[in-house]
Design a protein around this ligand. Sequence first.
Ligand SMILES: Cc1cc2nc3c(=O)[nH]c(=O)nc-3n(C[C@H](O)[C@H](O)[C@H](O)COP(=O)(O)OP(=O)(O)OC[C@H]3O[C@@H](n4cnc5c(N)ncnc54)[C@H](O)[C@@H]3O)c2cc1C
Length: 485
Amino acid sequence: MSRIVILGAGIAGHTAARHLNKLLGKQHEIFVVSPNAKWNWIPSNIWVGVGQMKEEQVTFDLAEIYRKTRVSFHQARAISINPDGNADNNNPFVTVEYTHPDKAGMTVNIFYDYLVNATGPKLNFGATEGLGPEHGHTVSVCTASHAREANEKLQVLIQAMRSGRNCTIVIGTGHGMCTCQGAAFEYIYNVDHVLREAGVRDKARIIWISNEYELGDFGMGGVHIKRGGYITNGKTFAESLMVERGIEWITRAHVKKVEAGRIHYETLDGTFHEQEFDFSMLIPPFAGVGLKAYDKSGADITSQLFAPNGFMKVDADYTQRPYSEWSAKDWPRTYQTPAYRNIFAVGIAFATPHLISKPMQSANGTPINPTAPRTGMPSAAMAMAVAKSISDMVNGADKPTHTASMAEMGAACVASTGANFFKGTAATMTVFPVVPDYEKYPDFGRDIDLTFGEIGLAGHWMKHLLHQTFIYQAKMKPGWSFIPD
Ligand SMILES: Cc1cc2nc3c(=O)[nH]c(=O)nc-3n(C[C@H](O)[C@H](O)[C@H](O)COP(=O)(O)OP(=O)(O)OC[C@H]3O[C@@H](n4cnc5c(N)ncnc54)[C@H](O)[C@@H]3O)c2cc1C
């Protein structure tokens, strides 16, 4: 009998749990530890943030779903890992603190044979003074409740515009080292759409602000795409979308501080600027969730398992090299930690070997560059690969049997506006692979036949379909495993 403990029930953790539940025999145990009672289909938070969907449409109760399976759900937050046990016991364990109201604050040690770290990101609003909905002046769409609050503020603003007020809206990234530009890009596009629907678009100045060197970088070092039979770059694609909608942009920006109604930022040329706003949604930088690790004697070995940014080290090549020497081969394939064969990290929780976009610093030494994106599709793909590897290892394999390198997989990004079936539109971009491979694809780093962008209603339908399909799959309804992750 083996016990597999999965930390986190987001896109990666829940995918791993579903597949392990299907793959493993009944004698094995699967534990999921996650602090929130609900699962959230995060990509649709964008629609909650503009009032086109309700919070309940993008979330569901995890305990109810796991009750139908062999998964034992612990509504708790993992605090630390003892990969070699402690002075009393050689068995590895994870220490968790319950968040479920019935046991809130209680800590227990959960022993494991295999551990999957899928704890996602810490939304690090604290990295920028005044950032975020809890202690700052900006809204967020990173969680369903943040998105609901964002919409409440947006609706107040729309009312003010209806009564004749002119407003400035600023959307983008809230720090020089953010990722997730795609989510902010989709949100700005949706805000523009709802203002048009409300008949107040002429009252709003909408501004994009980001740490990208050029629009369309998206943390992927930019992209060349095939569109309508010709090849163009992501910059032209993204800029034309902004120009068509009358959206202004500020790039190469590190937001240093946010005050009520005022953003202070530095740009790559080393100059400092201010931008006033009435409504602002800025994505925070991400960090690891702060798990600690201890050896048998209780000594802190966190730095052995985790990179300085708190993400877990896996089978990547973390050797520091100049940008010109980065290779697709640096990226992890199995997500197994080098130090412990029974610990894996998937989704946002693993430490990337380096950025994908070129690292840059302002004249004042401030890093201003997007960090590598880890979107839902790759997160699910690596979780599935790890679930299969663990299943094989439980049954005798001596090492991971499945791989899912971001340098060998594609991803799709659909920025869709409006939740109405006939009125929306979408900018759809697919890239293959996510991490460019210049040895295999010397011209553009990517397979240009599989890397394309389109704008139109079809993409909008695709996004709707993805919303319905992934929630159906995540709820483990009949036939869920036939739906590709
Ligand atoms: C607004 C927005 C829109 C997006 N849109 C898209 C899109 O259109 N397409 C796309 O592909 N991707 C999109 N993404 C990215 C996508 O949401 C992420 O790639 C994906 O959620 C990563 O999955 P994950 O499981 O690693 O992290 P998460 O989904 O964040 O899950 C992490 C889980 O770990 C739990 N956790 C946290 N701390 C602990 C702890 N200490 N112990 C145990 N559990 C813990 C959390 O509660 C959560 O359940 C979007 C992201 C955002 C923010």
